[in-house]
Design a binder for this molecule. Structure first.
Ligand code: DGT
Ligand code: CA
Ligand code: ZN
Length: 574
């Protein structure tokens, strides 16, 4: 069992104990332990074998024994027994926005509600109106939440899907009989959420059965939905479906293009081909009955008189027109990034120390880190009081003096209060190199209010970047509604950047607005919002989203060098 799975088990134990009504110290111990593990880089099995788990801050005797059992046997009797005392659907209730464990427990104790379906029925039958702490409003909210959960559960987060797809794809690619293979579909296009995994590969016709046999027997396959010569579908342990399609190597480029999509892009491409008297299908490009031979995707685009379109742009959102005019931009690459902004440390709710975060960034080849711990009103995240800000700045000065060839910038993720004001007095704000301003509370706002709140914050001269502009959590919470264009226009006028929050739970600013911002002249910042050293790498998912949003190197703030960004931070704004 790996670290991620151990964390999930610990979190679930905490929740179940809360359901049981255990004392808060005990339940919180599990949540804290789970968080502590996030920051651990050593192998858990190794730590357990050497009896070194207790050295991790936040892991006591009892929990270290449980972790040991988990990593050595893959099971935990305590957890299995605990789960068995509750109905299986009870934990599902917690996926509904606004329904925490306290409320779920009450629904279970008083009305016997132990599944999403049961809650839906109870809401429709008005059975929550007389329950203390609930009412007509909560019924409506839960019904809306259930709708969202249902809609979302058919899709998966990008990183979860990629993690599930990678070993599968590697196995196909390395199969000795496979000639070419690629991950296609929405994964290749870097969509923010994914329905299923599409793999396409080429091989000799005689080799198809052996490859399909190997594919359907891969270790992460839970069950086989369909197995054929050219197409097989499986369901993975992670609950995600994956398709493999096999064709001859001559047909491969057309197949790859087709299954990369999007469907909208494909339809538009076919229409364009038709206008040129060419028929385009998943098997080829045909002039009459004659195949136009293309050895790769680039030749397909060339045959249609257009430049190559990177997969991320294939959404029929202007890329075909641009390619016809040879105006496809040179998109940003991972290597273009030079620094990392908006990360958290143990000063607020991060799992790793400032120095660990800085060293991890340096190891990844970055030149600087802009640390942005939470501001004082964000109590649940241990937001920094002005005194603690001072202490942090001292520590930063010390590390900066010691670390060669690397620079930490003093930042803050300063809360935007409900009235649009910032969460620190002027003097404190002035002490930072740069301020990221974000909304974390009172998120129930209409578009007008939310837009005004963000713009008000940007008007403060200390603000350099707006963090996660809509506050959305993909597949679990819609953000507050904002007028994107108004917010972007204001940011450009005020010289403020908006981030692409690169956490795969957010991807916020949405890629659909990036091109607009870029064309208006905004610098967009790609920020991992990392809460541990593992989280820093999320920045690379953000590059995929930025590419999807048509961004080039020159459109991204943290492609600047240390010197350049220092100047950009220090600049007086209008
Ligand atoms: P998703 O929903 O995240 O799985 O997104 P995709 O784009 O991976 O969609 P999927 O798996 O249904 O289909 C894979 C590709 O197959 C899609 O990107 C384009 C192609 N395709 C699917 N349905 C159609 C269609 O109705 N027309 C055309 N032209 N192409 C399609
Ligand atoms: Ca797909
Ligand atoms: Zn935040």
């Amino acid at each position: 069992m790996d670290k991620k799975q151990v964390i999930t088990v610990l979190e679930e134990i905490g929740t179940l104990l809360e359901f049981k009504g255990e004392n808060p110290f005990k339940t919180r111990a599990y949540a804290n332990a789970a968080r502590a593990l996030e920051g651990v880089t050593d192998d858990l099995a190794e730590l357990a074998a050497n009896k070194r788990l207790r050295e991790i801050k936040g892991i006591g005797e009892a929990i270290s024994e449980k972790i040991t059992e988990l990593v050595t046997t893959g099971h935990l009797k305590y957890y299995d027994d605990l789960r068995a005392t509750f109905p299986a659907g009870l934990l599902d209730l917690l996926r509904i926005p606004g329904l925490g464990s306290k409320k779920a427990k009450k629904l279970f104790d008083e009305l016997g509600i132990a599944s999403i379906a049961a809650l839906e029925k109870a809401c429709n039958e008005n059975r929550l109106v007389d329950l203390e702490g609930f009412g007509k409003k909560s019924q409506e909210k839960f019904l809306e939440g259930i709708r969202q959960v249902r809609e979302f559960s058919s899709r998966h987060l990008f990183h979860h899907t990629l993690e599930a797809a990678s070993p599968l794809f590697e196995a196909v690619r390395r199969h000795p009989k496979v000639i070419r293979a690629e991950l296609a579909g929405s994964l290749r296009r870097c969509k923010e959420t994914i329905k299923d995994i599409d793999i396409v590969a080429s091989c000799k016709e005689a080799d198809r059965p052996a490859i399909m046999e190997a594919f359907t027997k891969l270790p992460s396959v839970r069950n086989v939905i369909a197995k054929g010569e050219t197409k097989s579908s499986v369901l993975l342990e992670q609950g995600i479906a994956a398709d493999l399609r096999l064709l001859s190597d001559e047909e491969y480029p057309y197949l790859l293009h087709h299954f990369t999509g999007s469907a909208e892009h494909n339809v538009a491409m076919r229409g364009l081909a038709q206008k040129r008297g060419i028929k385009m299908s998943d098997y080829g490009l045909f002039k009459g009955s004659k195949l136009i031979r293309c050895k790769d995707e680039a030749e397909i685009f060339a045959a249609l008189g257009m430049s190559y379109i990177p997969p991320e742009l294939r959404e029929n959102m202007g890329e075909i027109e641009a390619a016809l005019k040879d105006e496809i931009p040179e998109l940003i690459e991972k290597d273009d990034l030079r620094g990392v902004l908006h990360c958290h440390s143990t000063h607020s709710d991060g799992a790793n120390s400032l120095r660990e975060m800085a060293e991890a960034c340096k190891k990844l080849g970055f030149e600087y880190l802009g640390i942005c711990d939470h501001s004082m009103s964000v109590a649940y995240a241990r937001g920094l009081t002005p005194d603690r800000v001072k202490a942090q700045h001292k520590e930063i000065d010390k590390i900066n003096a010691e670390m060669k060839g690397f620079r930490i910038f003093k930042g803050t993720e300063c809360d935007i209060l409900p009235d649009g004001k910032l969460d620190y007095p002027e003097k404190v704000l002035e002490s930072f190199d740069f301020v990221v301003a974000s909304i974390h509370s009172s998120m129930n706002m209409n578009e007008e209010k939310a837009t005004a709140r963000l713009i008000k914050a940007m008007e403060h001269p200390a603000v350099r970047i707006i963090g996660h502009p809509t506050g959305r959590l993909l597949l679990s919470r819609d953000g507050y509604p904002i007028n994107h264009r108004k917010v972007i226009d204001a940011a450009v006028a005020l010289g403020v950047s908006i981030e692409i929050n690169a956490s795969p739970h957010r991807f916020d600013l949405d890629w659909r607005y990036c091109k607009y911002a870029r064309d208006k002249g905004m610098l967009i910042s790609i920020n991992p919002d990392a809460h541990s050293i593992d989280g820093i790498k999320d920045i690379f998912y953000g590059v995929g989203i930025a590419r999807k949003g048509w961004l080039r190197k020159q459109d991204v703030l943290n492609t600047k060098s240390v010197k350049e960004i220092e100047k950009w931070f220090a600049r007086k704004r209008k």
